[in-house]
Design a protein around this ligand. Structure first.
Ligand code: NI
Length: 388
């Protein structure tokens, strides 16, 4: 029983919605056109409540079931990325320099598909809160929704989300109990030396030597200060300095990212980075200032809810098509903010053999949409069964 029959009936409608969303990508918190499209569909479906303007352009809709019961949250992200699409599709982005390269057009569509089915059939007790959030890619829209009290206001006690997974076969799901996505931090280092003529380096204080020293020394944090069986990534991703072959520049700039799961590891990295930067600066006679920012926390799946969600995924996808212990990844996801406050699970849904996420040729697979919508709908019917 792969897809709910009623949902299969409007697979074509879902394709139309998804391709409209794909043509009109929006960025960050400014997902107003997307939110308006979502609210319009939800009104057509006859949901019971629509709350707009949460976290600027987020939407929460409520569907009441048949009889009293708790509220279950289902979440989709709506935002796109600031990059140029190269798919050549007839419904490619109509906005220069913006595209849906992470499948959030598909996530929004899958949740809309579930909303239509649930509003029509209402074969569950309690109620469903459909959470459409902006700013997943940058800005932490989920965190702002939590700060604005979405979970308490709507009494959400458990919450679920799915994400498109290129390279995983269509119709397959995977997840993992406990930590699934890493905490992401970023840092920048401003180095100030003394510029001058490159033929007279003794009259300068070379910030490039200091930058190279700092970058090399930072790599000793994962390799020498850290217990090898715990996850840690420290990547320097930019070094900028200089403007000519015969000038020692005045300063240099470094930045990068740190990924962790464990707070003690994160604290150790922050402490050692300050020590390494200060020590290297002293060694090279420059001043160096480290700015370190904690961004999204780690995404931690509740083991029992993950097991339950994996059972539902198996009911939709079929035996042997759900990897329920796929392991964690060093990528990050702001759904973490919801899971910090209430139990739930985050799963991936196969997109087939497509370009990777955040690639200019990536495209959400429309054939995945009825599966994802069936997953959400079945999850509600199993979590809040009638007559229980
Ligand atoms: Ni994404």
């Amino acid at each position: 029983m792969p897809v709910l029959n009623r949902i299969a009936d409007y697979a074509e409608d879902m394709k139309v919605w998804r391709q409209w969303l794909h043509r009109h990508p929006e960025i960050g918190f400014d997902c107003h056109g997307t939110a308006a499209f979502v609210a319009e569909r939800l009104r057509e479906f006859g949901v019971d409540e629509i709350h707009e303007g949460i976290a600027r352009s987020g939407v929460v809709a409520i569907i009441n079931g048949t009889g009293e019961g708790p509220t279950i949250g289902l979440r989709a992200d709506m935002d796109a990325l600031p990059m140029q699409e190269q798919t050549g599709l007839p419904y490619a982005s109509e906005v220069e320099g913006r595209m849906h390269a992470c499948g959030h057009d598909g996530h929004t569509t899958m949740l809309l598909g579930a909303a239509r089915y649930l509003a029509e059939t209402r074969r569950f007790k309690g109620r469903v809160a459909l959470v459409f959030q902006p700013a997943e890619e940058d800005g932490g829209g989920a965190g702002i929704m939590v700060e604005e009290g979405v979970l308490n206001r709507f009494g959400i006690k458990e919450i679920y989300a799915i994400h498109s997974a290129p390279g995983t076969r269509l119709g397959e799901f995977y997840t993992t109990p406990g930590p699934i996505m890493a905490a992401v931090d970023d840092f920048s280092i401003h180095i100030k030396g003394k510029g001058g003529h490159a033929a007279m380096p003794h009259e300068t204080v070379d910030p490039i030597m200091a930058a190279v020293g700092i970058v090399q020394a930072l790599q000793t944090i994962p390799s020498r200060n850290h217990y090898a069986l715990q996850d840690l990534v420290l990547s320097v991703t930019q070094i900028h300095a200089g403007s000519a072959n015969n000038v020692v520049p005045e300063g240099a700039f470094i930045n990068g990212t740190v990924r962790t799961f464990d707070k003690d590891v994160q604290d150790m990295v922050i402490r050692r980075m300050h020590e390494v930067v200060a020590g290297q600066a002293a060694a090279f006679g420059v001043t160096a200032e480290l700015d370190y920012h904690k961004e999204y926390p780690a995404t931690i799946n509740d083991p029992a809810k993950t097991d339950f969600a994996a059972d539902v995924a198996e009911e939709v996808a079929g035996q042997g098509r759900v990897d329920r212990n796929a392991g964690r990844e060093m990528g990050a996801e702001d759904f973490a903010y919801f899971l910090e406050q209430c139990a739930g699970a985050y799963l991936f849904i196969g997109n087939g053999d497509s370009a990777g996420l955040h690639h200019p040729e990536y495209n959400f697979n429309d054939e995945a949409a009825p599966l994802g919508a069936s997953f959400f709908a079945t999850l509600v019917e199993r979590a809040l069964p009638l007559g229980s």
